[in-house]
Ligand binder design. Structure first.
Ligand code: NAP
Length: 247
């Protein structure tokens, strides 16, 4: 159980982030639901968190914006007085082959997926260092491990998240803060619903378990990594991908 713990989940209005918010609320954590544009969906997540008997709030913030993240984290600490769990889930895709990929699309993906993690970790670690405890969980991707044609920006951002995870784990371990990443494979959310049927079929063929994952498959792992039972795990990249990245 996570009673008394306060969690910040970025990009929790939809998809995997929403499932993670609900899994943490199911363990009775207080959940701060960050969103960027989907206010109504974030309010729906909050209503579901409350229906599970947990407390929480929504907070708008573009996590690629360093100053805005600082303000968000200060606000969260002001309201709840502590911050125990950070889940860096917010992310976007802007897929294209390198020759056609614009600088703007490269920067946007690096900003939302990688710089966002730098922003949030820097902001929350001040509080976690004071508490001498904390759990940081970053959502990477199988693309950051294997690479994926058409995703130079996305794969680079997620490989960056993996390097950041391992480095933060080393920097923060002596203060009782664990830092791990989950590397999902293809998961059924708005992000993958945008793919064509032929791309989905080709993707399924590469998955040993022959199906896309559900957001809950990722959320169960996030809830485990946030729990007391995971206290001796840090610096790990845990694939939840139906076997896609079997080495
Ligand atoms: P999704 O359904 O498209 O949802 C993305 C979420 O991120 C939304 O809540 C969105 O908020 C939020 N977001 C995006 N940019 C943001 C920003 N700048 N600031 C704050 N929030 C932002 O995506 P998903 O499939 O659940 O993906 C969640 C995470 O899992 C991402 O990091 C993604 O890269 C990773 N992942 C997904 C898959 C997959 O197959 N789905 C596979 C591997 C990894 P608003 O709607 O409010 O804008």
């Amino acid at each position: 159980m996570l009673e008394g713990k306060v969690a910040l989940v970025t990009g929790a209005s939809r998809g995997i982030g929403r499932a993670i918010a609900l899994a943490l609320a199911g363990e009775k954590a207080t959940v701060i639901i960050n969103y960027n544009g989907s206010k109504d969906r974030a309010e729906e997540t909050l209503a579901e968190v409350r229906a599970l008997g947990a407390d929480g709030m929504t907070i708008q913030c573009d996590v690629s914006n360093t100053a805005a993240v600082d303000t968000m984290v200060k606000e969260a600490v002001k309201v709840y007085g502590r911050l125990d769990i950070l889940v860096n889930n917010a992310g976007i895709t802007r897929d294209n082959l390198i020759m056609k990929m614009s600088e703007e699309d490269f920067d946007a993906v690096i900003g939302a997926n990688l710089k966002s993690c730098f922003n949030t970790i820097k902001a929350v670690s001040r509080q976690m260092l004071r508490q001498r405890a904390g759990r940081i969980i970053n959502i990477a991707s199988v693309s950051g491990i294997l690479g994926n044609a058409g995703q130079a920006n996305y794969a680079a951002s997620k490989a960056g998240v993996i390097g950041l995870t391992r480095t933060m784990a080393r920097e923060l371990a002596s203060r009782g803060i664990t830092v791990n990443a989950i590397a999902p494979g293809f998961v059924d959310t708005d992000m993958t619903q945008a793919l064509s049927e032929s791309v989905k079929e080709a993707a399924t063929a590469q998955i040993p378990l022959k199906r896309f994952g559900k957001p809950e498959d990722i959320a169960y792992m996030a809830a485990f990594l946030a729990s007391e039972r995971a206290s001796y795990i840090t610096g790990q990249i845990i694939s939840v991908d139906g076997g896609m990245a079997i080495g």
